[in-house]
Design a protein around this ligand. Structure first.
Ligand code: ATP
Length: 509
């Protein structure tokens, strides 16, 4: 798919999300607030279903994982201990002509992607020229231009990683200048110096404005888990290994907040910290990587949307990290992180608070600070992953078109819609009876306005797996027609079978 089509598709998804009540720009009547979004009537259902699917598979299905809901405000020392006050920075650079601000590392990465694009283009051209005789491996390791590009990519990448690790902002600027990277808006290379920018939002506690009262909005939910580690372990009599899971808001003053709900300044995370005996963390790291991939695949979203990325540059707290990347309309990007966080956080909180955060291991008769493996997924990014992979424009046999959201049924806002064929002849009463029978089990919608065809289209567009229609025959023999969203197949079935049919569609394995 070319760039224009990709952008097009993304724009259509954003427009669809608004038109059908999934996502609105925050404070839209005041022209909006950038990087903040509101979830509308169908969006909130989808979002709640994602949360429930995550919560159940983490907390309910694992005997050794429990939940937590900690406060957004935390003692300021938390952020000193976690390293966020000193190190939660992004290197930023401004273009003096366009006045646009960028993350320096992202500018460089975009440049590297362009170089990679050149390699891909050369390879494609050669593949066409050589036909069946083409040996891609040989081509890539011998062709002079390709070798030049790949050598350049490697050396720039290595320089960038080193510069980021050692906080060498000048070096990032050197790379941008040497590579003549220009601003996508102004096209100029008239850059400021690279500066660090802390991503935490701050505010004051109480009524007086005083630096001592400064507190932060949490940039991740994880720290609420760490500071409660001992509370949960003791009160729950938890034995290692065990996990604490939490869903909640996090806030980051992102330098460049674009791409819709992919990068927001206020967003939600679903995080689980798994506490383990030191030395076993790599086994658990592999275990959780596999478990989390399974969680995604169980939804039935095609494999081609997922890829794993192993981190070369590790965060200050990690000794290993993977990203589960998703093929968003704008390319593969991080959806979830699996990090081996060592004992960094608990040890730091122990040091800063002066309180022991150790575990007494009765089997081995020793005490230690547990190691931690974390799984962290952005709820809003998961929402975008589901929405964007579900969005389909289909041409039908009769040449008409429809937009359908093939949302995994378990996540769909409504599981079924109930329609009387017409508003007459007691059909609405019968349809209401069915609605009353189903609504305590499944989220359903009753609709009698518009033609049946229009009602079908509307529910295709919000991803409702089943539409149930009550007609005159229903009054005679208690059967209804049930139409399936993806195949559009209609069957006539007895009303008593409705529950089991819907339930079957919602089961996951
Ligand atoms: P990125 O590199 O994209 O900024 P990150 O590596 O900083 O992400 P983490 O700190 O690992 O992200 O956060 C865990 C998860 O939280 C991410 O995988 C992502 O799904 C989500 N997330 C992080 N920042 C944002 C944001 N600004 N908006 C929405 N979701 C976010």
């Amino acid at each position: 798919m070319g760039k224009a089509t990709k952008d097009d598709l993304f724009k259509k998804i954003i427009a669809h999300a608004k038109e059908y009540g999934f996502i609105f720009q925050s404070s839209e009547i005041y022209d909006g607030l950038s990087a903040a979004y509101d979830y509308g009537q169908f969006g909130v259902e989808l979002k709640n279903n994602i949360k429930e699917y995550w919560w159940k598979s983490m907390v309910q299905y694992h005997e050794n994982i429990v939940g937590l809901d900690s406060a957004i405000f935390m003692h300021p020392s938390t952020w000193k201990a976690s390293g966020h006050l000193d190190a939660f920075n992004d290197p930023m650079i401004d273009n003096k002509d366009s006045k646009k601000r960028y993350r320096a590392d992202e500018l460089i990465e975009d440049h590297l992607a362009k170089l990679q694009g050149k390699i891909d283009k050369e390879t494609k051209k050669a593949a066409k020229r050589f036909g069946d005789n083409f040996n891609e491996e040989q081509f890539k390791t011998t062709h002079p231009r390709v070798l030049k590009y790949s050598g350049k990519i490697q050396s720039i990448k290595a320089r960038m990683i080193k510069a980021l690790e050692n906080d060498q902002l000048d070096e990032l600027k050197n790379i941008i200048e040497e590579e003549n990277i220009t601003c996508p808006v102004s096209g100029s290379a008239n850059w400021t110096d690279v500066r660090q920018f802390n991503l935490m939002f701050s505010t004051e506690l109480g009524s007086t404005v005083d630096d001592n009262n400064k507190i932060y909005l949490r940039p991740e939910t994880a720290q609420g888990i760490f500071v409660n580690y001992l509370n949960v372990q003791k009160s729950g009599r938890m034995k290692l290994p065990f996990g604490i899971a939490q869903i909640g808001k996090a806030f980051r003053n992102e330098i460049v907040a674009r791409q819709f709900i992919f990068r927001m300044r206020e967003f939600e995370q679903m995080e689980m910290q798994f506490f383990v005996r030191p030395g076993t963390e790599m086994d658990w790291f592999e275990y959780w990587k596999d478990e989390r991939i399974k969680w995604h695949k169980t939804l039935g979203i095609e494999d081609k949307y997922y890829q794993l990325y192993k981190h070369e540059k590790l965060a200050h707290y990690a000794n290993a990290a993977y990203d589960i990347e998703f093929k968003f309309p704008f390319g593969f990007k991080e959806l979830e992180g699996i990090h081996s966080r060592t004992d960094f956080d608990l040890s730091a909180h122990q040091k800063h608070s002066g309180k022991k955060l150790q575990y007494y291991d009765s089997e081995n008769d020793e005490s230690y600070v547990p190691y931690v493996v974390e799984t962290s997924i952005g709820l809003d990014r998961m929402f975008l992953a589901v929405l964007s992979s579900a969005y389909k424009e289909e041409k039908l046999e009769d040449d008409s078109e429809r937009i359908v959201l093939n949302i995994p049924p378990i996540l769909a806002p409504y599981k079924a819609a109930v329609f009387p064929l017409t508003k007459k002849d007691n059909l609405p009463q019968k349809a209401r009876e069915i609605m009353d029978q189903l609504k305590y089990q499944f989220n359903c919608q009753y609709e009698e306005k518009d033609t049946i065809g229009k009602r079908y289209r509307r529910h295709d567009a919000i991803g409702t797996p089943y539409c149930i229609t009550v007609d005159h025959q229903t009054l005679e023999d208690n059967t209804v027609t049930i139409r399936e969203r993806d195949s559009m197949k209609q069957d006539r079935i007895p009303i008593v079978k409705l529950e089991s049919i819907i339930k079957k569609r919602l089961s996951i394995h």
